[in-house]
Design a protein around this ligand. Structure first.
Ligand code: PNS
Length: 164
């Protein structure tokens, strides 16, 4: 039996921490679906299309990584996709409370689905999409913290006129 896992998130934008977890998941499971939540934030920096395009490009050579979008309840989506595993990354104790709540709520909503937590490599434990956006918008260097394509797209956004 092959194991299909779903790695859900906002990915606004994809960071090297996400990439690390996805690569670990791709080694552990037969197939992993990077599932991007539609409408996670009212005003995301990257549109859904941009986030999908970035993730597909970054994982284009990894045959067991798929990129998809979802809306509504995560457990319903996971079931629809025929998966039984949700992968979430745990960076620090600060992540634990929210992740614990989500895992238990999802377990209650659908006891057939298991949440599996994975730790990223140490050098990524402090990275978050929110911090990347903040640091970049204030002129800080994000090189090495996000895929090169994300860095490029961030720079393009900085150069583009507002609303473009
Ligand atoms: O990258 P994020 O923002 O931490 O991901 C959060 C995500 C997308 C996993 C979570 O918000 C989610 O699952 N949303 C879908 C709606 C849902 O099922 N909510 C109940 C979760 S207990």
């Amino acid at each position: 039996m092959s194991t299909l896992a779903v790695y859900p998130g906002s990915f606004d934008p994809l960071t090297n921490g996400h990439v690390d977890i996805i690569s670990r998941g791709a080694r552990l499971f037969d197939r992993i679906i990077v599932s991007i939540l539609v409408n996670a934030e009212k005003a995301p920096l990257f549109s859904m299309e941009e986030r999908v395009e970035i993730a597909r490009e970054v994982f284009k050579d990894q045959r067991n990584v798929e990129v998809d979008t979802f809306h509504g309840l995560l457990v319903d989506y996971v079931e629809r996709r025929g998966a039984h595993v949700i992968v979430r990354g745990l960076r620090a104790v600060s992540d634990f409370e929210f992740e614990f709540q989500m895992a238990l709520m999802n377990q209650r909503l659908n006891p057939r689905i298991e949440t599996v937590f994975m730790m990223p490599a140490e050098q990524y434990t402090y990275i978050s999409s929110r911090l990347i956006k903040e640091v970049f918008s204030l002129g800080g260097r994000v090189h090495g913290l996000v895929p090169e394509l994300v860095e490029l797209r961030l720079r393009e956004k900085q150069l583009a006129p507002r609303g473009a």
